[in-house]
Design a protein around this ligand. Structure first.
Ligand code: MUC
Ligand code: MG
Length: 377
């Protein structure tokens, strides 16, 4: 191992619990706060790289929990990376991948922190390290998920009038499909000509339900349907694609990176990939998913795990390097949080997110917020 100034000498992991601005209701969980696992990797010469992994509804969305991620990072990742050369992030990630299966969210947090360090050291923004940006700005959709149609409409009106978002995703699948179609139809009507509406089922339907509900959604004006079926029903997803007029987006089924992506394209089970750096296990891993998708005719969408500003800006750095996001992005996580744990504010305006050209991720953790929102000592 190097004795040089670039070697890794420390790693701190902190779980933050940050309240959301309102309850966020998905088909399988209602969130009143978000828990972000913040990682700080330190080098001999005093550089600190930031990374973040967030989950949705504890263990409701994925099999990695905030506590599990923290434990895995401290007990298994830390001994691997201590002493390794932070100036060789590819080698560090290769070592981790050789020793640890799965644990994609934890891997992403480390990948992010290493890229942040490399960017700070080289003076380059992370976007230039992962392919080179082709835009400084990404369109950002908002999710209407208060659980109440009228509240969703007034919230949508407010963010539209503020010129913050003009694409809305609805989280459905908790009620009967007929109620959901009615809910979506009322929101489509409220924003006709002003905003697009898409829906996310988070795997709530079986094929029989989806065969009835998806054409009704299309009739109501919804054209994009995200993860309607279980991740285990790729064949059902193919049938739905081929027998309805909706575009079907793969989200949870992309957990596991390009191996999962290949399974989907082989099964012809999607039209759109929701790219998520967490589900892919890192920024480069996510880039591979995007490239595999593009080569197989997938449209791209920039997804979120409702992360705080660190993983959100990391995603934005990667997404800025990819060609046309036909369905835009949903990198709105920080706007759902009532508090901001970093020193800067991410720059949302004119329906999008602006990506800074500062070295690394371009953000710093707020030490006071780290203390204030830390869930455990
Ligand atoms: C998901 O399943 O896409 C993204 C937006 C939102 O409201 O929930 C997330 C997760
Ligand atoms: Mg989704």
């Amino acid at each position: 191992y190097p004795t040089s100034k670039t070697r890794i000498v420390g790693m701190e992991v902190t779980i933050l619990r940050i309240p959301t601005i309102r309850a966020h209701t998905l088909s399988m969980a209602t969130m009143k706060d978000q828990r972000c696992v913040v990682i700080q990797i330190e080098t001999e010469d005093g550089l600190v790289g930031l990374g973040e992994a967030a989950t949705i509804g504890g263990l409701a969305y994925s099999d990695e929990s905030p506590e599990g991620i923290k434990l895995t990072l401290e007990k298994y990742f830390k001994p691997i990376i201590l002493g390794m050369d932070s100036a060789r992030p590819g080698e560090v990630m290769y070592r981790i991948r050789s020793c640890v299966v799965g644990n994609f969210f934890a891997k992403m947090a480390v990948d992010t922190a290493l890229l942040d360090i490399t960017g700070k050291r080289s003076g380059l923004p992370v976007s230039e390290l992962v392919g080179g940006r082709i835009t400084n700005r990404l369109e950002v959709a908002w999710t209407l998920a208060s659980g109440d149609t009228l509240q969703d409409i007034s919230e949508g009106r407010r963010v539209l009038d503020d010129r913050r978002h003009r694409h809305f995703k609805l989280k459905i699948g908790k009620r009967s499909w007929q109620e959901d179609v009615e809910h979506a139809g009322r929101i489509v009507d409220a924003f006709k000509g002003e905003a697009t509406i898409r829906v996310d089922l988070n795997q709530a339907w079986d094929l029989a339900t989806a065969k009835r509900a998806v054409p009704a959604l299309v009739e109501a004006g919804v054209t994009l349907v995200e993860q309607p079926l279980s991740v285990n029903d790729l064949e059902g997803s193919r049938i739905l694609r081929e027998t309805t007029h909706a575009s079907i987006m793969a989200d949870e089924s992309l957990r596991g990176g390009s191996i999962a992506a290949k399974r989907i394209t082989d099964a012809k089970a999607a039209d759109v990939f929701a790219l998520k750096i967490a589900q892919a296990g890192g920024l480069f891993a996510c880039r591979s998913v995007a490239e595999l998708g593009l080569a197989n005719g997938m449209a791209l969408y920039g997804g979120t795990m409702l992360e705080g500003p660190i993983a959100t800006i990391a995603s934005a750095h990667l997404f800025s390097t990819l060609p046309e996001f036909a369905w835009g992005t949903e990198l709105f996580g920080p706007l759902l949080l009532a508090e901001n744990p970093i020193l800067q504010s991410l720059n949302y305006h004119e329906f999008g997110l602006e990506i800074s050209e500062k070295p690394g991720l371009g953000v710093e953790i707020n030490p006071d917020a780290l203390q204030e929102f830390s869930e455990y000592d």
